[in-house]
Design a protein around this ligand. Structure first.
Ligand SMILES: [Zn+2]
Length: 374
C-alpha cells in the first residue's frame, strides 16, 4: 500500500542528485568563490575580508572514497602556503556533506532527507526518535554525524511512505509522550493519512479504468499511464492558460500526447483516448480532474455545471524534458485563446477523428497524420 509515494519520493531526490552530480563532474577540479566574509583570519592574525570558496573534493567514509562539496576559507593576503582554513563548525558541515554523499551512494536517506521526513509530520528530532521507540538522541545523531544502518533507514523510509505505519508507531510508543503531545502529533499524522489516502484512492480509481491498458500498445501510445506525469501536464496547462475548462483541458491533453507521439514514438502521459461527440476524450476524464493536485472550481451556468481548472503553483513543472516542454509550449500557444468549441471544431477535422467511429479508442498511429501545429 502507498507504494507510489515511495517512488515519488525517490524520484524527486534521485532527480535532484543526478543534476548535482552532472554539474559537479563538469566542474571537477575547479573551485568557486561563494562570498567575501569579514573575520579574524588565523593565517595572518588580522581582521579582514576572506574568501569563502567551494570545491569538489574527495574523502574516505567507511572505507569508501566519495566525492563531496567542501566549503573553506582562503586568505587572499597571505602568500604562505598555508592560506586556507576551515573553522570547526564548517568542518562539521563538510563532514556531513561527505557522509551524505556516502549515503547517496549506498541508497540510504541523507541527513537532509531524514529531516524532511520528520518535518513532513511536524516532529522534533527527539519526538521522531521517541515515536520509533529509539533512544532520545538517535535521530539527532543521524542528522548530524552517525550513518544509520539499513534497518533503521528502512523504518524511517516506511514512516514517510505510509502514514498508517507512522500512526502504528506512535500508538505503540504512546507512553513516551505527554497525553497532549501525543494527541497533537497523532492528529498531524492522521491528516497525512487522509491526504495520502485520498490521493491513493483517486489514483486507484483511475488505474482501475486503465486495467486493460497495462501494456504498451498503439492504444496508449506505447506508454503505460503515468499519473504523476499527467498531474504535471495538467499543472502546466493550468498555469499557462487563463481560462481552462474541463473540455478544453481534455483537448490539450490529446494534442500534447499525439504530437509528442508523432515526434518521439511515445505518448507523453499514456492516456487512452476515445472518439466521443465532443472530440477525443481520455478514458477516466471525469476522474482525472479530481486528482488532488488539480484545483477544480465547479460553477453552475444555466443548467450545466462548468468545471474550471485553476492554477496550482504547488505542482512541480520543472521536471519536464526539453522535448516535452517544446510540445507543451506549442500546444499552449496554439490553443491559449481558442474557445472549447473552436478546438472541438479543429479537432473534428483531424484524420484521427474522422477515421474512427463513435466510442472507438483512437489508435495513436492515426495521429501520425495530425495537423502539426503551426
Ligand atoms: Zn588573512
Amino acid at each position: 500500500m502507498f507504494h507510489f509515494i515511495l517512488q515519488d519520493f525517490r524520484y524527486r531526490h534521485k532527480d535532484h542528485m543526478l543534476k548535482l552530480e552532472r554539474k559537479e563532474s563538469v566542474n571537477m577540479n575547479k573551485d568557486y568563490l561563494i562570498s567575501m566574509v569579514d573575520m579574524d583570519c588565523p593565517c595572518c592574525n588580522k581582521t579582514h575580508k576572506v574568501e569563502q570558496r567551494k570545491r569538489l573534493t574527495q574523502s574516505i567514509v567507511k572505507g569508501e572514497t566519495v566525492d563531496y562539496e567542501e566549503i573553506y576559507f582562503l586568505c587572499p593576503l597571505s602568500d604562505e602556503e598555508e592560506n586556507e582554513f576551515v573553522p570547526a563548525g564548517l568542518m562539521d558541515e563538510n563532514l556531513l556533506r561527505a557522509r551524505d554523499s556516502y549515503r547517496q551512494k549506498k541508497g540510504l536517506l541523507t541527513s537532509y532527507e531524514i529531516a524532511n521526513i520528520r518535518n513532513y509530520y511536524g516532529l522534533t528530532q527527539s519526538d521522531f526518535s521517541a515515536m520509533l521507540g529509539w533512544g532520545d538522541v538517535t535521530v539527532t545523531r543521524y542528522e548530524s554525524k552517525t550513518i544509520q544502518d539499513e534497518t533503521y533507514n528502512n523504518i524511517m523510509r516506511m514512516v514517510y511512505d505510509n502514514p498508517m505505519f507512522a500512526i502504528e508507531r506512535i500508538d505503540k510508543h504512546k507512553e513516551r509522550f505527554t497525553s497532549e503531545k501525543y494527541a497533537r502529533i497523532r492528529k498531524s499524522i492522521a491528516n497525512k493519512v487522509e491526504e495520502v489516502g485520498n490521493l491513493y484512492l483517486k489514483k486507484q480509481e483511475i488505474s482501475s479504468l486503465y486495467v486493460n491498458y497495462g501494456e504498451e500498445s498503439d492504444l496508449n501510445g506505447y506508454k503505460v499511464l503515468d499519473i504523476d506525469k499527467l498531474e504535471n501536464v495538467i499543472g502546466y496547462f493550468s498555469q499557462f492558460i487563463d481560462t481552462l475548462y474541463k473540455v478544453k483541458l481534455m483537448k490539450l491533453l490529446w494534442y500534447a500526447d499525439t504530437i509528442f507521439f508523432g515526434r518521439h514514438g511515445k505518448s507523453m502521459t499514456g492516456l487512452v483516448y476515445k472518439h466521443m461527440p465532443l472530440g477525443a476524450l481520455p478514458i477516466a476524464y471525469n476522474e482525472i480532474i479530481y486528482l488532488p493536485t488539480v484545483k477544480v472550481e465547479e460553477k453552475l451556468i444555466y443548467d450545466d455545471i462548468s468545471y474550471r481548472i485553476r492554477p496550482n503553483k504547488e505542482v512541480n513543472i520543472s521536471g519536464f524534458s526539453l522535448e516535452e516542454l517544446n510540445v507543451l509550449e506549442a500546444v499552449a500557444t496554439k490553443f491559449r485563446n481558442l474557445k472549447s468549441k473552436d478546438i472541438i471544431d479543429y479537432m473534428h477535422k483531424e484524420k484521427a477523428y474522422t477515421a474512427t467511429i463513435p466510442n472507438q479508442v483512437i489508435p495513436y498511429s492515426l495521429a501520425r497524420q495530425l495537423n502539426e501545429l503551426k
